[in-house]
Write a new protein. Structure first.
Length: 235
């Protein structure tokens, strides 16, 4: 796999919209999908790998098969200062071949850098501070004001060890759990789909962290609304 200009592995393209790589591949390498009948005036979605399955589900359900998708490695979230550079490199690689580019990231811990980059490049991005707000609905999430809740999406439930447990060193030093999570009271699973296996796994993670457990089925929230709004190229 050829390294991308920002040092992240370049995503591999796949022509079949029913195909999605493993969570591990989405975390480490990202994903690229070109629609079956490319043409002029196309729209490119640049997304976080953690949103790949949800984006594919929305585009299939809504018949948005004219959209191309490039997902950057989800593990960039462990080093959010690298996300703007990865986005800039992806836009540079694809801008000449697409009439419009949309960014399927919220702020994601970049401290406003992604918003500033989008203003510079003239592209739109998702609203909100993070994907939890996007899935729950940005206005609804803000109104909750939950300061003692720790959130997981379906992807993060499945990749809990890779994105939470090991990066925090809890696999080596479990005694640090209370130092990291002592101020939290509840683990909230924001579920995109009804799935008993994922729900049970989320409850296990809550027990590992010593937190109460709550599950909310959000569906695709503001992600679906944004994709619908972006589906038609501007004239």
């Amino acid at each position: 796999m050829t390294p991308a200009p920002d040092g992240a592995p370049a995503a591999e393209a796949h022509p079949n919209p029913e195909f999605a790589p493993s969570d591990k591949a989405l975390a480490e390498h990202g994903f690229a999908l070109s629609a079956a009948h490319p043409g002029t005036g196309r729209i490119l979605l640049i997304a976080c790998g953690a949103l790949a399955r949800e984006v594919l589900a929305v585009t299939r359900q809504s018949g948005l098969d004219h959209l191309d998708l490039v997902c950057l490695p989800a593990q960039l979230h462990n080093t959010p200062e690298r996300i703007p550079g990865a986005v800039r490199a992806a836009v540079a690689r694809h801008r000449a071949s697409h009439a419009e580019i949309k960014l399927l990231y919220a702020d994601c811990g970049t401290g406003g850098q992604l918003s500033a980059l989008c203003d510079e490049l003239g592209i739109e991005m998702l609203p909100g501070a993070h994907c939890y707000a996007v899935f729950d609905g940005v206005a609804r999430f803000a109104a909750r004001g939950e300061m003692t809740s720790f959130y997981l999406t379906d992807f993060l439930v499945r990749q809990f060890d890779a994105f939470v447990w090991r990066p925090l060193g809890l696999d080596r030093h479990p005694q640090l759990r209370d130092a990291y999570f002592g101020n939290y009271r509840t683990l909230v699973h924001l579920a995109q789909v009804e799935d008993a296996v994922t729900a049970d796994l989320a409850a296990q993670h809550a027990a590992r962290l010593g937190l109460a457990f709550e599950r909310r089925v959000t569906g695709y929230g503001d992600l679906g609304a944004s994709l619908e709004a972006w589906a038609t190229p501007r004239v």
